[in-house]
Design a protein around this ligand. Structure first.
Ligand SMILES: [Mg+2]
Length: 113
């Protein structure tokens, strides 16, 4: 897809789905999170979306299709392709300060725990 939009990598588990409510199952992707579809729709207006996940490609593609959001994504990838932004529930944003980053790592908690 050719567009002037910047690439945005969007994580699946814990961002787009209700990950964390049940234990991890590699054969099952939890249900879509409330508000996720509106979020994806809005985000797709400003960015070229890529789904970033280490999950099985076919299973992930099926989940996107079943939730009717497959059309918003340019691709599914497990590679951190060069992008403008990465959206993830398990990350710390490095803002140039190592001490501050270490503090954030020590105090880190995912939103669903
Ligand atoms: Mg995640």
């Amino acid at each position: 897809m050719i567009s002037g939009k910047k690439k945005i990598l969007l994580d699946l588990d814990g961002v787009l789905n209700e990950y964390g409510e049940t234990s991890y199952d590699e054969n099952y992707i939890p249900k879509i999170k409330h508000g996720a579809i509106d979020f994806i729709r809005s985000l797709s207006e400003i960015g070229e979306l890529y789904l970033f996940t280490s999950r099985n490609l076919k299973l992930t593609a099926k989940w996107l299709f079943e939730n009717n959001i497959d059309g918003y994504f340019n691709d599914i990838t497990n590679i951190k392709i060069p992008s403008y932004l990465y959206i993830d529930d398990r990350c710390v944003c490095f803002k140039g300060n190592y001490a501050q980053t270490l503090e954030e790592i020590k105090n880190f908690k995912v939103h669903w725990q």
